[in-house]
Write a protein that binds this ligand. Structure first.
Ligand SMILES: NC(=O)c1ccc[n+]([C@@H]2O[C@H](COP(=O)([O-])OP(=O)(O)OC[C@H]3O[C@@H](n4cnc5c(N)ncnc54)[C@H](OP(=O)(O)O)[C@@H]3O)[C@@H](O)[C@H]2O)c1
Length: 229
């Protein structure tokens, strides 16, 4: 049975992916920011294991993991957690920049480093949930877009490095998706939020499952998903 390590499983796209994999009986290792959140995830997904570490502080992840039982088998590592904070370059502080770069880019690199030995053994799969902002940067999106442009670079380099070891690497680039993150974006843009205008997280989950379930003769490198309405 496949074992998946998932970040961001408590909300939006990550929760949709976790529900689908849980429903079909796969093994889940759910990453959580702290012990309280881990307890909630364990209750929501019976039979799953949890892994605690704050992605906003990637320097401490290694220490945090050294005090927990790390899974011996990892077939896929699904980087889905993320944060956004909009604002013009003239107003974004280093703290705001660092927070988005840490959660969206440095922490995924650090988690990947930790799980590469297991992924090499299983000839596993690494999925990065990126964003349309990882391909194009618009006004007021600089810090988030920079973190996601960096995430594209991380994924592309990793694919070249690990192809020979049998590891597959996929980046998924969703457009606006109806989740708590999109509610915050609308608040920051001063716009009214209408969930029905945006992609259902279940649809993004479908694209992620398509990538990880593809037979081993093929690899989806990049998938762009746009709102259909
Ligand atoms: N929604 C969109 O329109 C959209 C579009 C394109 C790309 N994306 C990308 O899709 C991914 C999922 O986004 P979403 O829309 O599902 O967002 P969401 O509902 O806000 O969920 C974000 C998840 O990230 C976790 N997270 C945030 N900071 C963390 C930290 N410091 N440590 C550990 N976990 C942390 C959250 O944990 P808690 O549950 O504990 O809060 C939550 O589970 C993100 O990478 C996002 O950039 C979203």
């Amino acid at each position: 049975m496949a074992t998946h390590v998932i970040t961001g499983a408590g909300s939006g796209i990550g929760a949709a992916v976790a529900r689908r994999l849980h429903a079909r009986g796969d093994e889940l290792v759910l990453h959580a920011r702290d012990a309280g959140r881990a307890k909630e995830l364990a209750a929501e997904f019976p039979g799953s294991r949890t892994l605690v570490g704050d992605l906003a502080d990637p320097d401490r992840l290694s220490w945090a993991f050294s005090h927990q039982n790390m899974p011996e088998q990892v077939d896929s590592l699904l980087h889905i957690a993320g944060v956004v904070d909009l604002g013009p370059v003239g107003e974004l502080t280093p703290k705001t920049w660092r927070h988005q770069l840490n959660v969206n880019l440095v922490a995924p690199a650090e988690l990947t480093r930790h799980f590469l030995p297991q992924l090499r053994v299983s000839q596993g799969h690494v999925v990065f949930v990126n964003s349309g902002a990882g391909l194009n940067a618009h006004a007021e999106w600089s810090a988030y877009a920079a973190s996601k442009h960096g995430l594209k670079a991380l994924a592309d380099s990793l694919r070249h490095e690990e192809h020979g070891n049998g590891i597959r690497v996929t980046s998924v680039y969703p457009g606006r998706t109806a989740s708590p993150m999109q509610v915050k974006v609308h608040q920051q843009e001063g716009k009214e939020y209408d969930a029905s205008r945006w992609i259902d997280p279940e649809s993004v989950a479908t694209t992620i499952l398509l990538a990880i379930d593809l037979p081993r003769d093929a690899e989806v490198n990049d998938l762009t998903v746009r709102p259909g309405r």
